[in-house]
Design a protein around this ligand. Structure first.
Ligand SMILES: COc1ccc([C@@H]2N[C@@H](C)[C@@H](O)[C@H]2O)cc1
Length: 447
C-alpha cells in the first residue's frame, strides 16, 4: 500500500447507529432549488436543452448579470409544511437540499456571502424553514453543498500561479466558514453531499477535503459525508490510491446504476445513487418535452434496483420559481407513496439478498425475509428462483395478499407462481427461506 496522509480514514462499512439509519432510510428525495428555477432553462427568448441549473453556463451569463435574478426571488407559493407533507406521503425517509449550488446563491442567510435569501424580497431563512418542516415530519435532512462557486472571485478551476494559490487559500477559508455556519445553524442535519469537486484546484488540495470531512465530523458527531468530497494526496477521487473508498458512502452513481450481474462489488460498501426524472434536469426546466421523462414505474424500478444492490436512491425534484411543484412531480410523489405504503417493507432497512438476478425483477432482503419485487411477470406464469447453496424456500406470499405455490424444480431452483389475478402494478412476494439441503438427489447432465 502507498502511504497516504489524505486517503481513506477507515476500511469497511461504518457500523454506528447514524450510518445504520442512513442505510435503513434507503429512499430519499433531492431538492434542487435556486435562482435557476426562475428562468427555467430559458434566457433572452432562447430555450436551452441542457440541465436548467447550468443555464448560467450555457447562456454564458456573467455572475453579476445572473445574480440580478435575486431581485425576483419571492416564491409566493412556497410552503415548507406542504413540501414536508408531500415528502411524507411519498414515503421518503430523508431529503437532500441544495444549500448552495454552483451559482453561489445561498438558501440560508449566510453572513459570508451577499448572495443569499436575506438579500432577496423573500428575506426569510428558507433552509431553516425546510429543516424544521421535514424534521417535524420525522424526515432526516441532508445538505447538498457545491464547493465550486461561480459567484466567488477567489474560485479557481486550476492553480497555475502564486495568485491562484492565494485565491484558493481565501476560497477554502470562505468555504470552511460556510460549512461551519451550516453545521452550527442546523445541528439536526445528518449528512453533507458535496458536489463541484472535480476540478484540478480541488484535486491538488486533497488535504482540504480531508480537513473539511474532519471539521464537520467534529462539529456534528455521526454526520455522514459522501465520497465525492474527497481527493487523496495524489488527486485520486472517491477511492484513494490504494483503492479504499473515502468518505462514508460512494456517491458516483448519478443518473446511472451498477449492473446487477457485473457490478456486484458495490455490495461490499455503502453507496447512494441519485436520479433525475427527465434525462438530465435537476433544477426546474419549463419544457420537459425536450427529453424522455421517466414514468413513475420506471422511477420505482430504479429505487428497487439500488436497494437490491445494497444502495440508497435519491429521486430528484426541481421546484418552480414560485415555490410550487410541477404536476408531474406531484403525481410521481403520490404514485411512489401509494406503492411504498403497500410494499415499503421490501425497501426500508433492506439490503442485497445474495440471490442470482432474474429477468422478472429484483430481490431485496431483511434478515431471513427475502423479497421478490416483480416488474416483468413472465408468460410461464411462474417466477424462477435460484437459491444460494444450502438455501431452500419454505413459503411464499404476496405482500398484502395470498400465499403462492412454490415448487422445487432442480437443485437450488424453484418455481414461484405469480398471483392468479395479476396485479396491474409491480408487486412483491415475500419468501420464507430456510437453511437446508434438499432431500432429493438431482443428476447433473454429463456434457
Ligand atoms: C460536468 O457535469 C456535471 C453534471 C452534473 C452536475 C451536478 N450534479 C448533480 C447532482 C446536479 O447538482 C448537477 O447540476 C455537475 C456537473
Amino acid at each position: 500500500e502507498i502511504p497516504l496522509q489524505y486517503g481513506a480514514d477507515r476500511l469497511g462499512k461504518r457500523q454506528d447507529a447514524a450510518m445504520q439509519k442512513f442505510r435503513d432510510n434507503r429512499l430519499g428525495a433531492f431538492i434542487h432549488w435556486g435562482l435557476y428555477a426562475i428562468p427555467g432553462g430559458e434566457w433572452n427568448g432562447k430555450v436551452y436543452k441542457g440541465a436548467a441549473e447550468w443555464l448560467k453556463s450555457w447562456a454564458k451569463i456573467s455572475s453579476d448579470e445572473w445574480m440580478k435574478l435575486m431581485d425576483q426571488w419571492n416564491p409566493e407559493k412556497f410552503n415548507a409544511k406542504a413540501w414536508a407533507k408531500m415528502a411524507k406521503q411519498m414515503g421518503v425517509k430523508y431529503v437532500k437540499i441544495t444549500t448552495k449550488h454552483h451559482e453561489g446563491f445561498c438558501l440560508w442567510p449566510s453572513k459570508y456571502s451577499k448572495y443569499t435569501v436575506a438579500q432577496t424580497p423573500y428575506k426569510k431563512d428558507i433552509l431553516g424553514e425546510l429543516v424544521k418542516a421535514y424534521n417535524d415530519e420525522g424526515i432526516d435532512v441532508h445538505f447538498y453543498f457545491s464547493v465550486m462557486d461561480w459567484s466567488h472571485p477567489d474560485w479557481r478551476y486550476d492553480i497555475k500561479s502564486k495568485e491562484d494559490e492565494e485565491a484558493m487559500a481565501r476560497f477554502f477559508e470562505f468555504t470552511d466558514n460556510q460549512l461551519r455556519e451550516l453545521a452550527e445553524r442546523y445541528p439536526t442535519v445528518k449528512d453533507f453531499w458535496f458536489d463541484g469537486t472535480w476540478d484540478a484546484s480541488i484535486k491538488k488540495n486533497g488535504w482540504w477535503t480531508a480537513h473539511a470531512e474532519k471539521m464537520l465530523k467534529e462539529l456534528l458527531p455521526g454526520v455522514t459525508i459522501n465520497s465525492r468530497l474527497r481527493a487523496d494526496d495524489y488527486g485520486k477521487r472517491h477511492f484513494d490510491s490504494n483503492g479504499h473508498m473515502m468518505g462514508d458512502y460512494e456517491s458516483g452513481y448519478e443518473r446511472r446504476l451498477p449492473d446487477p450481474v457485473k457490478d456486484l462489488k458495490v455490495t461490499r460498501w455503502d453507496w447512494e445513487a441519485c436520479m433525475t426524472v427527465p434525462e438530465n434536469q435537476w433544477g426546474y426546466h419549463k419544457d420537459w418535452s425536450l427529453s424522455y421523462v421517466k414514468t413513475p414505474v420506471e422511477v420505482l424500478e430504479r429505487v428497487v434496483h439500488a436497494v437490491s444492490m445494497g444502495g440508497n436512491m435519491v429521486v430528484n425534484f426541481g421546484p418552480q420559481g414560485d415555490g410550487d411543484f410541477r404536476p408531474e412531480e406531484k403525481e410521481l410523489a403520490a404514485y411512489i407513496g401509494s406503492w411504498m405504503k403497500k410494499n415499503g417493507e421490501c425497501i426500508y432497512g433492506c439490503d442485497y439478498a445474495g440471490f442470482e438476478k432474474q429477468p422478472w425483477g429484483y430481490y431485496t432482503r431483511k434478515g431471513d425475509d427475502v423479497y421478490m419485487v416483480v416488474f416483468n411477470p413472465p408468460y410461464s406464469r411462474h417466477l424462477v428462483v435460484k437459491t444460494p447453496g444450502g438455501t431452500s424456500i419454505k413459503a411464499a406470499q404476496v405482500v398484502g395478499g395470498k400465499e403462492v405455490k412454490v415448487e422445487e424444480t432442480a437443485r437450488n431452483e424453484f418455481n414461484v407462481d405469480v398471483p392468479s389475478a395479476l396485479p396491474d402494478e409491480p408487486f412483491v412476494i415475500k419468501l420464507k427461506i430456510e437453511k437446508k439441503q434438499s432431500g432429493k438427489t438431482y443428476r447433473d447432465a454429463l456434457t
